[in-house]
Design a binder for this molecule. Sequence first.
Ligand SMILES: C[S@@+](CC[C@H](N)C(=O)[O-])C[C@H]1O[C@@H](n2cnc3c(N)ncnc32)[C@H](O)[C@@H]1O
Length: 321
Amino acid sequence: MILTNALRTLISKAGAYRAVFAAWNRTNIRSATSVGSGAGSARPPQVTDKNSRPPLQDHGGCPIIQRVHSLASHVKSTFDFHWSLNNDDRLPAAKRQAALRFLAPALKLAETATQVRCLDAGCGDGVHLSVLEAEAGPTTVCTGLDISRAALGKALAVGQGNWRLIQGDVGMLPFADNSFDLTISFGVLAYTGQPWQGLAELCRVTRPGGLVGVWFSPKPSGGTRRVLSVVRTLARVIGPFWRSRLADLIVPFLPILPTVSGISLFNASWRQCREVVLVNIAPPTLMYPTQDEVEVEITRCSVQLEWRDPEMPITIWARKT
Ligand SMILES: C[S@@+](CC[C@H](N)C(=O)[O-])C[C@H]1O[C@@H](n2cnc3c(N)ncnc32)[C@H](O)[C@@H]1O
């Protein structure tokens, strides 16, 4: 009885914490300036209608999408929270290494092209754009899109103002058809609640002959799945403050925990580790498609499968036909 009451109180407090946090987050977004380089950064925020597609942009502007559908707004506040806890702008070497491996097909494309217009949808701190720019050189024109403004703030620092950064939803990309030579999305679609819509959007904005590259986390199995499921249930009810403390407790164990992305955080900072833990223990929503499901869905989008990484599931590259 006492335990039930205590649990009820905890759950009701979690709701209150969430409401306070959401209000705080909304205020911050409204008062923030747009994220991006050049003339785009001076634009006033644009409010788009709840269910409509954001205005189409060519390569000159940075729309600020403040209202997205309710799931996306929950995803946004969760990721804003995660990214705002990680204020370390140094990208861990292992993260760059994993990005380099993922980007191998893209770098081949860049070798032969005079210019590569690249979109990273769900760019986070911009690790993939950064590696692409470093490896492919000045032929790359980088656009990063993320639902979280806090993530874009980090990408802004990493890209040193050279990239166009847009706050938006991968499920409703604010770009015209065929706008990019290369479209990537690493570890993003599974969090969106509508991964196939996002996948279709990635393919839509890629030009014929261009490449689309995606990475999904495979489903954890056995003991890992069971432990993760208990920790996630706990993380859902305890509210943001205790969730961060729970993540802090897990951080020291990261080097010995199984990772599927191939990214070892051994030399990463505490804050970076905590952000990764939070994404895993408190995903706003998360699904685990199989490799086959991703392949079936992507081939519905006028593309041909080009490459899958057998050692790093689920890595899929396709060429738009
Ligand atoms: C696990 S992180 C991966 C970030 C980055 N791709 C990387 O590899 O480091 C997932 C990212 O997807 C972003 N995200 C989640 N849902 C999104 C959506 N519907 N549209 C755009 N970005 C989204 C989050 O804000 C977060 O930055």
